[in-house]
Design a protein. Sequence first.
Length: 136
Amino acid sequence: MPKPMKRYLSHYGWNFNKAACEYAVSKMWKEDAQGNKKKIEQKTKEQVYELLRKHGIELKHDELYNATYAWHMVMADYFGVSVDDERHAALSVKAIIDDPDKPGGNVFSHWYWDILDGLCYADYCRALLVIHWNLC
């Protein structure tokens, strides 16, 4: 494991900090009706929590920016497919973050291993740069 990643984990564990979350979310997209890639709307942690509260969702095991990442993942990957509305998106975030098998979810480790699993070596290098510079 590269030194910047070891250093990141020593500070944040397997959790998203703000910079890593913003970077990961900036890479998310959906296909529109014509099949074109479209960036998803990026929300702040406060906006995500406001949406969760609006739907009566309280998270017991969120750490740092994990729920913020989970919200965006749900919106990019599941909204309009298996999640039909904002309320069910919020419930999906709750299911991910408060999963009894993995309290806190495993969103950061899932994202990290996706990058290593060949999404793109250049993306992995850029992610390490974001992680490195955020710690300097």
